[in-house]
Design a protein around this ligand. Structure first.
Ligand code: ADP
Ligand code: ADP
Length: 226
């Protein structure tokens, strides 16, 4: 079973920018997969289509066999998305942010609270769980995005440049958490423009440039070539 299958995916924005020019990609269940490419390559567009925040111009996307285009809510239930920008309400408490997110996916309140505690503890956020999130450090806010994305226990976790602009200490601690999530069985896809990040963490890699996949291989094989 593929966690993700993308076939001939194309995206032309309203302003005429062609962001994806026929992308084919598959990610195996359990994989730790990197989508590597420079700014403007089409990474966020691809992630946006997979998580159904952006409409494709053509092509098909399947998440664990479910078509994102035909069966949006079922596909979304399989996905946890960690966006590039901190986009939660900073006047809410971490615990409430995570519990409320579970509510969007129909997780019963009692289970949502148990899971919020579990993931906040796992991400070293239990201490500030009932403080205003505005007071969290940058690294804590990033980890809160991960806890929020995991609370409905998606089988696929997608992180859009999770460590962009964070210092090396925070980056290392985030890598550790993401690795643990993958080892617990969740398929992980992250976008990055750091080769270092892809090679340290990931098993397989696709390189995207100007809306096309230019390489799709294992990280081991890629490093052998360089
Ligand atoms: P990446 O995430 O790799 O930096 P993006 O998917 O954000 O790449 O962008 C791919 C291309 O699409 C770029 O040329 C970008 O300027 C353009 N683009 C992205 N979002 C939009 C949008 N909402 N409207 C128009 N063009 C966009
Ligand atoms: P709205 O109610 O404003 O339309 P949504 O219900 O789409 O917002 O999303 C609520 C929150 O969940 C937002 O912060 C959004 O960024 C985030 N979100 C949206 N889709 C996902 C997803 N697939 N996984 C995790 N978080 C998501």
């Amino acid at each position: 079973m593929h966690a993700l299958e993308v076939r001939n995916l194309q995206k032309t924005y309203r302003n005429g920018v062609v962001a994806l020019k026929g992308v084919d990609l598959s990610v195996e269940e359990g994989d730790f997969f990197a989508l590597l490419g420079p700014n403007g390559a089409g990474k966020s567009t691809l992630i946006g289509i997979v998580s159904s925040l952006v409409n494709a111009s053509a092509g098909e996307t399947r998440v664990f066999g479910t078509s994102v285009q035909k069966n949006r809510s079922q596909a979304m239930a399989e996905i946890g998305l960690v966006p590039q920008e901190v986009n939660f309400n900073q006047f809410e408490k971490p615990f409430d942010i995570v519990v409320n997110q579970a509510g969007y996916y129909g997780v019963p309140r009692k289970i949502a609270r148990e899971r919020a505690e579990y993931y906040l503890k796992k991400l070293s956020l239990w201490d500030p769980a009932f403080r205003m999130s505005r007071s969290l450090s940058g690294g804590m806010k990033r980890r809160l995005l991960i806890a929020r994305a995991m609370v409905h226990e998606p089988r696929l976790l997608i992180l859009d440049e999770p460590t962009a602009g964070v210092d090396i200490e925070i980056r290392r601690s985030m890598w550790k958490f993401i690795k643990e999530i993958n080892e617990a069985g969740t398929t992980v896809i992250l976008t990055t423009h750091y080769l270092e990040e892809a090679e340290n963490l990931c098993r397989n890699i696709a390189i995207i440039d100007q809306g096309r996949i230019v390489e799709n291989t294992s990280v081991k094989a890629l490093l052998g070539k360089l």
